[in-house]
Design a protein around this ligand. Structure first.
Ligand SMILES: [Zn+2]
Ligand SMILES: [Zn+2]
Ligand SMILES: [Zn+2]
Length: 426
């Protein structure tokens, strides 16, 4: 039988099917051999790699399926009293477990986020100085608010000296049009698409790079002995490797994987994939210290950082795998019922009042897991056919849930459409 040259779609489809049906992600060479043999294709390794990358099927590490978020336990991060981090397995990832009893209503912890990005709709207010560029609270009420002094059209404001100092050491100098004019197009892109996870990614990279600046961020590592519950007692500076280690331990979610789960993906992908590529180019232009023609004020010298790590941080694959991670500023957890030592601490990722189909759809679409097999979902839908679970079927099910009238179902469907659009930023 003679060899045929497959189309891009054929390769991606066949590779995806093969990956879906295997326990762990096969290595490229194995996958290539299998595809060649099965279909009698003439296919080069380079072409397969490129196609897998652009389809979001390849990750920098991965021995696991690319749509499963990857996380690990970061032993360096101090945890609040009564809580420990546990790695369950490669599918579930890590989670928190109680080490002491918590009574119903008791506060389990309140923590400031290591990285934060404002809700996308608030971004224009942040860039115009209406909200503090560090803690996202309104600056208008503060008589001690400060302007960014870098000039260059930067309108950022901070509610007080503490927010200003924190911002200077963790993100602002690299995302300030004054000190770093090459971030302007990136900020415009961010504003145009109101893209929360992209903002989070840029702040993560900024925090990492600023460890090599004259005003590095504070360490949160337990190893330095300088923190109590994440609050630095002394301002021990964070090292590059320590910060990279924290970032690598974050759960990764690919924005591409997530968005491909939307029913309108055939159409959206035509706009979204180029927007994602542009976002990556602009991010590199804005932040990679090795880019030529850096302004005099650019706070980091590339020579101070390990080239191999910079390669990885700015690689498109890495960008993709982190592109879906979203951040909040402050996390506070309260026990809704009493919790015994050894019990896992769980939060609901979605509004628990939603119907089962809708919850499962949102978890699958926004968090890339499912169909949810928690006690409640399984009880409510014992006959759920997980083999046929897909986004369009699930969204139809959600829109046509039996306990809403037909006119309401239409509305539900329209609001779903609206929600999809706003989550896509188009
Ligand atoms: Zn503030
Ligand atoms: Zn500024
Ligand atoms: Zn569930």
């Amino acid at each position: 039988m003679s060899e045929v040259v497959p189309t891009d779609e054929e390769v991606v489809h066949a590779a995806r099917t093969r990956i879906e049906n295997s326990e762990s992600m096969p290595g490229i060479s194995k996958l290539l051999i299998a595809l060649r043999e099965e279909h009698h294709w003439r296919l080069s390794e380079k072409r397969l790699k490129n196609l897998l990358t652009s389809a979001g099927l390849r990750k920098h590490t991965s021995q696991v399926k690319p749509w499963i978020p990857v996380s690990s336990v970061d032993e360096d991060v101090p945890l609040p009293d009564g809580v420990k981090a546990v790695y369950f397995d490669s599918i579930k990832g890590r989670g928190l477990v109680a080490t002491k009893p918590f009574a119903q209503g008791q506060s389990v912890f309140v923590e400031d986020a290591f990285l934060a990005a404002p809700p996308p709709s608030q971004l224009p207010k942040l860039l115009s100085g209406e909200l503090c560029a560090h803690c996202f609270l309104p600056t208008s009420g503060s008589s001690i608010a400060l302007n960014c002094s870098a000039g260059g059209g930067c309108q950022a404001r901070f509610c007080n000296r503490i927010c200003h100092a924190r911002a200077q050491s963790t993100h602002h100098p690299l995302l300030c049009p004054g000190t770093n004019p090459s971030c302007k197009s990136f900020l415009q892109h961010l504003e145009q698409y109101q893209w929360h996870s992209l903002h989070s990614v840029s702040r993560a990279i900024a925090r990492l790079l600023l460890t090599a600046s004259a005003h590095p961020p504070p360490s949160i590592s337990v190893k330095t002995g300088a923190t109590v519950h994440g609050v630095p007692t002394k301002e021990a500076p964070a090292s590059f490797q320590e910060t990279l280690h924290h970032l690598d331990a974050f759960a990764t979610v690919s924005e591409l994987e997530r968005r491909a789960r939307n029913p309108g993906w055939d159409i959206e992908s035509k706009m979204f994939v180029p927007a994602l590529k542009t976002a990556h180019e602009l991010l590199v232009k804005a932040l990679d210290p090795r880019e030529k023609s850096r302004s005099r004020n650019f706070p980091i010298k590339a020579e101070k950082l390990p080239a191999a790590d910079l390669d990885r941080i700015f690689a498109y694959d890495t960008f993709l795998s982190r592109s879906g991670v979203r951040m909040a500023t402050r996390i506070s957890a309260q026990a809704l019922r009493s919790i015994n030592p050894g019990e896992e601490l769980m939060i609901s990722y979605v509004d628990p009042k939603l119907p089962t189909d809708r919850r499962r759809l949102l978890l699958w679409r926004d968090y890339c897991f499912g169909p949810c097999a928690c006690q409640r979902c399984t009880k409510e839908q014992p006959n759920f056919d997980s083999a046929n679970f897909d986004a369009s079927a699930a969204s139809l099910l959600a829109a046509n849930t039996q306990n809403i009238a037909p006119s309401e179902a239409q509305q539900e469907s329209a609001s779903l459409e609206h929600e999809l659009r706003s989550s896509l930023g188009f």
